[in-house]
Design a protein around this ligand. Structure first.
Ligand SMILES: [Ca+2]
Length: 280
């Protein structure tokens, strides 16, 4: 019965959406991420090294028998990298180390296809300040999917399982500022103590700052523009006085570099929010 209730609402939304063509939004970053990416083999196109890891990367786990690391179908190019963890007993990561400068802000990301389990990215290192005791640097981001739960589908209804769509590539960025004395960062991305399947492609580590040029073409006068990074937090840019133009362009300095942003445009015809891939 529920579907019968939803149908008229869906039709109404379609009618509203087609009454006004959505705004056309484009984003360019300066620099391009590919021009400042400090990772070797960020898109996994350079094949497999002798140790079974992608060229330029290391496999970091205390329990290699619980993990499969292998190339699989790509988000871009010919290959992405698949991690399958058969046991929750241990974590396992792809790792690469990069040199960093004191007091500089950096970003790291991967595009992630999470079939199930717990993905985590860690940026780690040892800080040795010039005049103070050494300490560990450890910042992390994660996301959980229960879509591979062992009780599903027999005892758990698949509709109740949580997590991003299992076939969708999602953008997983994080930002750090390198403290004085850090010197280098270990980039770890993988499965954190959970039976997991996840795929990585189009990874990045590099300086965080860029200029974003935002271009919007709209049939209806533009009143408000908001740009969000795909992490929690307020918009990284907002223009509440877009001036009612239908052709909008701004070059915005000191933004966070990314492959994708969320853009909200308010026009006289309504509000729309969409994921915009940069540099397309
Ligand atoms: Ca690739």
């Amino acid at each position: 019965m529920r579907h019968i209730c939803i149908a008229p609402t869906a039709l109404l939304l379609c009618a509203v959406a087609f009454a006004q063509q959505p705004a056309r939004i484009a984003i360019a970053t300066d620099p391009l991420p590919s021009a400042v990416n400090m990772l070797i083999n960020p898109g996994f196109e350079q094949g497999v090294g002798e140790d079974g890891a992608p060229v330029g990367w290391h496999i970091n786990t205390a329990s290699p028998e619980d993990f499969i690391f292998e190339p699989t179908d790509a988000r871009a190019g010919e290959a992405s990298w698949r991690l399958n963890a058969t046991s929750p007993a241990m974590s396992g990561y792809l790792q690469q180390n990069v040199a960093v400068e004191d007091d500089v802000r950096y970003r790291a990301w991967t595009w992630l296809r999470l079939r199930g389990g717990r993905y985590m990215m860690l940026l780690r290192g040892l800080v040795e300040p010039p005049d103070a005791a050494a300490y560990r640097f450890d910042e992390r981001t994660d996301i959980v999917s229960t879509k591979n739960h062992w009780l599903a589908p027999l005892y758990l209804n698949p509709e109740h399982l949580q997590g991003p769509p299992a076939d969708e590539w999602i953008f997983m960025p994080m930002t750090i500022t390198a403290p004085a004395g850090l010197g280098s960062v270990q980039v770890w991305m993988g499965s954190y103590f959970t039976a997991s399947e996840m795929h990585f492609d189009d990874t990045f580590f590099g300086p965080a700052n860029c200029t974003v040029t935002l271009t919007i073409e709209s049939d209806s006068p533009i009143r408000d523009v908001r740009l969000r990074d795909l992490t929690l937090g307020p918009p990284i840019f907002r223009d509440k006085a877009a001036g009612g133009v239908t052709s909008y362009e701004r070059a915005i300095p000191d933004m966070l570099i990314a492959d994708a942003y969320q853009v909200t445009v308010v026009t006289d015809a309504g509000e729309q929010t969409q994921l915009v891939l940069a540099n397309q």
